[in-house]
Design a protein around this ligand. Structure first.
Ligand SMILES: O=C(CO)[C@H](O)[C@H](O)COP(=O)(O)O
Length: 220
């Protein structure tokens, strides 16, 4: 079994009857959704809130019941992936471009469980790609403001086209030679006009389930 699959499936064991569940995005959470679909088929009663259009589509295919923030403003648990995980459980997310909804869902959840393979464990975010969602209007100016904070920005494209998020924004994939305090960098970036959200997730994950060749390794 691959590392993403064992991590993704293990997280679903934490879901209980009656819970409102945040459904993350990506190739690791894919396995969580498959396992959750099986449990729903077997009688588990939950309501899911997806973090992307892609996850909405898959959840519907798997017949996982869905709800929304208007009906359920507080979630019991969220399962999501990550692009990088520090030992203090700070995350970088947004490789799939879903970071804004992912942060909205995670921050409204009582518990966030992250699922990842071993390659996602890192010692530092220095030089790591941090996706930053920006409004398309004047994105070049926003990029310049990020560069003034020391970032190297790269507008995300998909083939010849600029990548557009589910919220109709652009992504600036950005690296910093020295990230330093993750929460402080997050704050500085959020203060820039034009920045909608960043892929830095300090203080949100409660547990990280890492799939390894020898089974799962749980950090909490
Ligand atoms: O943040 C994300 C999407 O915006 C994903 O959770 C992250 O990119 C990890 O993806 P994968 O499990 O495919 O490696």
């Amino acid at each position: 079994m691959n590392q993403k699959q064992i991590a993704g499936e293990r997280a679903v064991e934490f879901i209980e009857d009656g819970m409102v569940v945040g459904l993350g995005t990506g190739s690791t959470v894919y396995f969580s959704l498959l396992a959750l679909g099986e449990r729903v088929k077997a009688g588990l009663q939950i309501q899911g809130i997806p973090t992307s259009e892609a996850t909405t589509k898959l959840a519907k295919q798997l017949q996982i019941p869905l709800t929304d923030f208007a009906a359920q403003p507080v979630l019991d648990i969220t399962i999501d992936g990550a692009d990088a995980v520090l030992p203090d459980l700070s995350l970088i997310k947004g490789g799939g471009g879903a970071l804004l909804r992912e942060k909205l869902v995670a921050s409204a959840s009582k518990k966030m469980i992250v699922v990842a393979d071993e390659s996602k464990q890192v010692a530092t975010f220095d030089h790591a790609v941090i996706p930053i969602e920006v409004v398309p209007f004047a994105w070049e100016t926003t990029a310049e403001r990020i560069r003034q904070l020391g970032g190297r920005t790269h507008l995300r494209c998909q083939g010849e086209q600029v990548f557009v998020t589910d919220n109709h924004n652009f992504i600036l994939d950005t690296t910093f030679a020295e990230v330093g305090d993750v929460a402080a960098l997050q704050q500085s970036l959020k203060l820039l006009t034009g920045v909608v959200e960043t892929g830095l997730f300090p203080n949100l994950a409660d547990m990280v389930i890492i799939g390894t060749t020898d089974g799962v390794h749980i950090l909490s």
